[in-house]
Design a protein around this ligand. Structure first.
Ligand SMILES: [Zn+2]
Length: 306
């Protein structure tokens, strides 16, 4: 039985638990407006929550998107059709949300990628609606603030996961919605050609420097992490563990990325070509990092450990 429910973060701020991919946790901030950040939880859970406070999906005033991933944007267009709410995102996310062909290219699934139809099928089966073209009404920039009753939201750019990823700070309860800096055991996800391990590390460190009361994870079933400094360290450490495994595979004789992924590191029980694509992109980032750090070289297209 599904146990999805909501979690009260502070007066007027709630998380509707979506949990692991292909869903995500959805932040709801009540005030002058009803603001929804990342509508990726089950839509019936969001509806039930709103009904519980005598509102409906039609009463949503604003949707904020943390980044363009299908699991975070999935219900945005449908809610917009019902409520005519405004949709706000940063200047990278907005054009991708408006034109999903651009989004596909941004995520590495241009028409030339043979995995594209399988990825589209995954999105349509698990995140139906995410590939509908939408319309962003408002562009958010780093540091932009908007007050909503007792709560002020502020945008914090945190690229790396994707170039457009941002967190949403809740100033009065002094929390931050971390979106996909999600503190899961899996660790950071950087499985697109334009993801960046270095930028992800910088974004993790940026959160670590702040003195929040807690980080709200975009995917943990218990979303609020108050003692987050150690959690961020452990989360970042997953990157080091993976990089060690990639180096070990090359030391053991894997000469190409394909040979490294033959014994998958990121998704050990990998069975699906879409996840093999994600694995491949993540390993490619590690190979680049190992090259840059002088642990490996490429000779005649072969990876060689030094
Ligand atoms: Zn994401």
């Amino acid at each position: 039985m599904e146990t999805t429910t909501h979690y009260e973060l502070a007066d007027d701020s709630y998380v509707i638990i979506g949990g692991a991919f292909p869903r995500c946790n959805t932040l709801v901030v009540m005030g002058d407006e009803t603001i929804v950040v990342d509508p990726g939880c089950a839509i019936e859970e969001l509806r039930r929550f709103l009904n519980g406070i005598d509102l409906s999906l039609n009463d949503i005033d604003t949707i904020v998107l943390s980044h363009i991933h299908p699991d975070h944007i999935v219900h945005a267009t449908r809610i917009h059709r019902l409520s005519r709410c405004r949709i706000a995102a940063n200047d990278i996310t907005a054009p991708l949300f408006n034109d999903k062909e651009k989004m596909k290219e941004f995520l590495g699934f241009s028409r030339s990628n043979p995995v594209r139809p399988l990825w589209e099928r995954l999105v349509n089966e698990k995140m139906y609606g995410a590939l509908d073209d939408g319309r962003c009404d408002e562009i958010l920039s780093n540091g932009d603030k908007f007050s909503n009753g007792n709560t002020t939201l502020r945008v914090l750019y945190t690229p790396g996961h994707t170039p457009d990823h941002m967190c949403i700070e809740l100033l009065e309860p002094n929390l931050v919605f971390g979106a996909d800096i999600d503190l899961t055991e899996f660790g950071p996800y950087y499985g697109h050609p334009n993801s960046s391990i270095d930028e992800f590390r910088n974004s993790i460190r940026l959160l670590k420097e702040k003195e929040y009361t807690g980080i709200v994870s975009g995917h943990l079933p218990n979303p609020l992490v108050t003692d987050y400094s150690g959690a961020l360290d452990a989360y970042e450490h997953q990157i080091d563990l993976r990089e060690d495994l990639v180096l070990l595979a090359i030391q053991d004789g894997a000469r190409s990325i394909q040979e490294v992924t033959g014994n998958p590191i990121i998704y050990p029980s990998l069975t699906d070509p879409v996840f093999l694509q994600f694995e491949t992109w993540m390993i490619e980032h590690h190979v680049k990092s190992l090259e840059k750090r002088g642990f490996i070289v490429r000779r005649n297209e072969h990876l060689i450990a030094l």
